[in-house]
Design a protein around this ligand. Sequence first.
Ligand SMILES: Nc1ncnc2c1ncn2[C@@H]1O[C@H](COP(=O)(O)OP(=O)(O)OP(=O)(O)O)[C@@H](O)[C@H]1O
Ligand SMILES: [Mg+2]
Length: 365
Amino acid sequence: MTQITGIKLNSIVKRFGDVTAVNNISFEIKPGEFFALLGPSGCGKTTTLRLIAGLETATKGTILFNDQDVTRAEPKERDIAMVFQDYALYPHMTVAENIGYPLKVRKVNEKEKAKKVIETAKQFKIDHLLDRKPGQLSGGQQQRVALARALVHQPKVFLFDEPLSNLDARLRLESRTFLKHIQSKLGITTIYVTHDQAEALALADRMAVLKDGQIRQLGTPQEIYEQPADSFVADFIGDPPMNLIDCRLNPIKGNLEILFPGIKVTIPEEKLVLNKKVDPKKDYIFGIRPEHVILADRKGDIEGKVYAIETLGSMTLITLMVGDSRVRVNTHEMNLGLKIEQEVPIKLNYDMVRIYEKESGLLIK
Ligand SMILES: Nc1ncnc2c1ncn2[C@@H]1O[C@H](COP(=O)(O)OP(=O)(O)OP(=O)(O)O)[C@@H](O)[C@H]1O
Ligand SMILES: [Mg+2]
């Protein structure tokens, strides 16, 4: 049985000449955890993964596997299975040989190997391609061969770098579900890199959101979705995205005035308890997810005017003009009978409102 491995990164810096790809990152991954690294292109995800694999050497900081310092250890000493962004299959080997390669290296007998190769290939629907060479496959097929090769054996750690990016939507969902299933079953520590926030939310036990080589937030998908730590994370996570509206805040006599472009809302102060004293001269961002804006029957907190109605199947996305801002409302109700330009009252779930300082981006509620 493979030992379950915990991973610790302590103040890792990686520079390429004068480019700082990873800028002082620290995090800890528990044994058996599914951990996602999420962030926009160029934020340092692949570099972080390659450092953990031993394919790059850190400029500063240390990496531990359990309590063992592996900062300078060779990749082969780390017992990792990695699926790269560009999948790197062996071009001269058939699909079956590619998938079976990790077992061959570990001297697993032929019969056992053949069985495992077919089993794994079936999971990714590539069992009809076993005799082909990688050059005779589509991008998506190659990607699935790379995944099958990683999952055919049980390493200490799985590292995945955007492994589903070349698959069509349906296949991506199926492969994602299979990955989640197999990882939960095997309990092998996994780090999964993606720029797709939905994928990170769906797969991860915990995740880190990266920007410019730094961690902006670390937590469970639910924590990050419900309480984005800054306005970058708030904007990056969620589809449809969070409503983020510039505003001014003005506390007067037990009330809080919220001045949105073109409209003012006054609410009792206790509805929106802020953890910092507000400055009426400063700019703030008012954040609320589309599912926390509620269409009211009669009297609401604010009036909106219907701008567009989009049917998403299980949901309806309604965009309203509130003052001069567009506000998205996501509802399960289907036949609302709304018309374009119609005035509708809305209520806000103030518990779920987030307020950020515009300048620093920091969360104050
Ligand atoms: N070998 C290298 N030499 C010089 N700069 C590099 C090298 N590798 C990465 N970088 C730079 O480091 C930064 C982080 O790159 P990295 O590949 O880790 O980003 P990423 O988050 O994986 O992006 P993507 O989502 O586009 O794959 C980028 O600015 C990139 O140009
Ligand atoms: Mg990358």
